[in-house]
Ligand binder design. Structure first.
Ligand code: PLP
Length: 377
C-alpha cells in the first residue's frame, strides 16, 4: 500500500543532508561548548555557524538569535520574559497553546489581556488591533500563519502600527519559516519564534529572535548559556541541524514554493474534475496548506478512511486532535459548526510528487462516495 504523509504543518521529515550532518556533529563535536579547551571550542564554532545561518535566513544579526529547545520554549521565553503585572497585551483567540496558555498565566499574574477573533478570511484585522491599544499596551503577539487554517496575517501592516504606537511586537512564525520569505530588516518585529521541525530540521530545537535593545528577564535559571535566556548545555547537533535546515529552506524557497503551488493546482483541478463537494476555507494561505470542509461528511471518519489507504492528514492541528468536537479555531473564523466538523487539514510539501496528489484525489473520491451513501442511507 502507498504511504503518503500529508501533515507537513504538524511536522516534517528531516532532510537527508541534515541527518548526515547531525550524525557527524554528534561524533565530532561532543565537547561542552562552554569549555575552554579545543573540544569545547569546536562545539562552540558549530553553534556559532548555525547562528549565522539562522540570522542570514531571516535577515537579522547573529547576536539577536537565541537557540531554544522548541518553538514552544521560544514563545514562553519571549512572553514570560517580557511582560510584567499591569502590562496590557493584545493577541488573538487562535494562537497556538504555547502562546495562549502563557498569556492566560500572565493574566492570572496581573497582566491585562485582549484577544481578537480572526475575520472570515482567517486573518486578524490590523484595525481591530489598533482600536484596542491603550496607554498600558506593551506588546502585541500575533502568529504569522495559523497552524489549522494556513491563513497568513499581514505582519507588515501590524508591525507598522505597533511601531507607530511604540509598542513591541512578538510573532510566532513557527508555521512560516521556509514557506514565506521573512525579512526582519523590513519588518518591525521585536521577538520572533521559530521551530526546526517545521522546515525539515530536527524536532526539539527552536530559536527566538530578540531584537537589539529588547530586554528579556531570565525565566529559566542555570549556567548562563544563550545570553542567560536559555541556560543549559546546548543541543549542539540539533542546533547544527536547525542551521543547515533553515539555510536549505530559505535558499530554495522560491523553487520549492513554485513546485508546491503546481501540486496545489493539480490537487484542486483533481477535486473539481472528480466533482468532489468541498469548501476551501482560506484563499490566501501558506503554500501547500489546505483547510478543506466536506459538507455532510464526518471529518473523523474521513480521516480514518484516508489513513487506512495510507494517507495521513489532520483533523484540527496535531496538538488539538484526538477530539471529536469542532475546532474552536475554525468556529472563531466564522466556519459553521457542521462544516467545521467535516474539515480536514491537508498539508503538502517538497516531499510530494504528482503521483501522490493523483492517488490522494482518487482515494478521496472513492471514500467520499462511500461515506456520502452512509450519510444519506
Ligand atoms: N507555534 C505554532 C504556530 C505551531 O504550529 C507549533 C507547533 O505545532 C508551535 C508553536 C510549537 O512548536 P514546537 O513543536 O517546536 O514546540
Amino acid at each position: 500500500m502507498k504511504k503518503i504523509y500529508c501533515d507537513i504543518s504538524a511536522t516534517t521529515p528531516v532532510n537527508d543532508e541534515v541527518i548526515n550532518f547531525m550524525g557527524t556533529v554528534h561524533k565530532n563535536a561532543f565537547g561542552n561548548p562552554s569549555s575552554v579547551h579545543k573540544y569545547g571550542q569546536e562545539s562552540h564554532i558549530v553553534i556559532e555557524k548555525a547562528r549565522i545561518e539562522t540570522a542570514n535566513a531571516i535577515n537579522c544579526h547573529q547576536e539577536e538569535i537565541i537557540f531554544t529547545a522548541s518553538g514552544t520554549e521560544a514563545n514562553n521565553i519571549a512572553l514570560e520574559g517580557f511582560i510584567e503585572p499591569g502590562d496590557h497585551i493584545i493577541s488573538s483567540t487562535y494562537e497556538h497553546p504555547s502562546v495562549m496558555n502563557v498569556l492566560k498565566n500572565l493574566e492570572k499574574k496581573g497582566a491585562l489581556l485582549t484577544l481578537i477573533k480572526p475575520e472570515n478570511d482567517g486573518k486578524v484585522c490590523p484595525k481591530k488591533i489598533e482600536s484596542n491599544i491603550t496607554k498600558n499596551t506593551k506588546l502585541v503577539s500575533i502568529m504569522f500563519a495559523n497552524n489549522e487554517l494556513g491563513s497568513v496575517n499581514d505582519i507588515h501592516k501590524i508591525s507598522k502600527l505597533t511601531k507607530k504606537h511604540n509598542i513591541s511586537l512578538h510573532v510566532d512564525a513557527v508555521q512560516c519559516v521556509g514557506k514565506i520569505p521573512i525579512d526582519l530588516n523590513d519588518l518591525n518585529i521585536d521577538l520572533m519564534s521559530i521551530s526546526a521541525h517545521k522546515f525539515y530540521g530536527p524536532k526539539g530545537v527552536g530559536a527566538l529572535f530578540v531584537r537589539k535593545g529588547i530586554n528579556l528577564k531570565t525565566i529559566i535559571n542555570g549556567g548562563g548559556q544563550e545570553l542567560n535566556l536559555r541556560p543549559g548545555t546546548e543541543n549542539i547537533a540539533g542546533i547544527a541541524g536547525l542551521g543547515m535546515a533553515i539555510k536549505m529552506a530559505t535558499d530554495n524557497l522560491k523553487k520549492n514554493t513554485n513546485y508546491i503551488k503546481s501540486l496545489e493546482n493539480l490537487f484542486i483541478n483533481g477535486l473539481n474534475k472528480n466533482n468532489i463537494n468541498y469548501i476551501l476555507h482560506i484563499k490566501d494561505r501558506v503554500p501547500g496548506v489546505f483547510a478543506l470542509g466536506f459538507p455532510k461528511i464526518d471529518g473523523q471518519s474521513l480521516l480514518i478512511s484516508l489513513d487506512l489507504k495510507g494517507i495521513a492528514v489532520s483533523f484540527g492541528s496535531a496538538c488539538s486532535s484526538g477530539t471529536t468536537k469542532a475546532s474552536q479555531i475554525l468556529l472563531d473564523a466564522g466556519i459553521d459548526n457542521e462544516i467545521a466538523k467535516s474539515t480536514l487539514r491537508f498539508s503538502f510539501g517538497k516531499i510530494h510528487s504528482e503521483d501522490d496528489i493523483n492517488y490522494i484525489v482518487e482515494q478521496l473520491s472513492i471514500i467520499l462516495k462511500r461515506l456520502e451513501k452512509k450519510t444519506y442511507a
